[in-house]
Design a binder for this molecule. Structure first.
Ligand SMILES: [Zn+2]
Ligand SMILES: [Zn+2]
Length: 163
């Protein structure tokens, strides 16, 4: 049975409505795996020259010349960005996941709020306010996922079952 009517999704005061057999997916925050651990996402690290005090160790009452008195400097690992935006090619090629937030009236298999997996190269992605929305045809969705994708919790093979 087709959904029969369009279900919209709003970001702030902007509303998105999937048409036809299209779905709108809010992508999972895949960048979290690329957060810079050297600076804990802050983009700044304690200045090594002054140990964070901001004071020169050479000249009394002078500011540390390395950090200009701030006590911290831009993280070298991420260039001060707090995240490593470089995504290895083999990671780009992996499918990605997200949650269905809008459904077109002709969709028949999927429903709102489902977690799904699809190709990283399918559809069109839009960056809006730190979230990524992707427009896909319903047929481009590979899988529906129940539960949360916290693979680190799968400690042993006994946690993986075929239902
Ligand atoms: Zn960093
Ligand atoms: Zn310093």
């Amino acid at each position: 049975m087709p959904v029969g009517y369009a279900i919209s999704y709003a970001v702030g005061n902007v509303k998105f409505t999937a048409l036809g057999d299209r779905v709108l997916v809010k992508e999972d925050d895949f960048r979290s795996g690329y957060d810079c651990t050297a600076c804990n996402k802050s983009g700044r690290v304690t200045c090594a020259a002054c140990g964070g005090s901001g004071k020169s160790k050479v000249v009394t009452h002078a500011k540390c010349s390395d950090c200009g008195g701030a006590g911290n400097v831009a993280c070298a690992a991420c260039n001060g960005k707090g995240a490593l935006l470089y995504i290895p090619e083999n990671s780009e090629r992996r499918p990605t996941s997200g949650e269905i937030v809008s459904l077109g009236p002709d969709c028949t298999k999927l429903s709102l709020g489902q977690s799904v997996i699809y190709s990283n190269f399918a559809g069109h992605a839009m960056d809006i306010d730190n979230i990524v929305l992707r427009i896909l045809h319903e047929s481009e969705i590979y899988l529906i996922v129940d539960g949360h994708l916290e693979m680190s919790r799968l400690r042993s093979k006994s946690d993986v079952t075929t239902i």
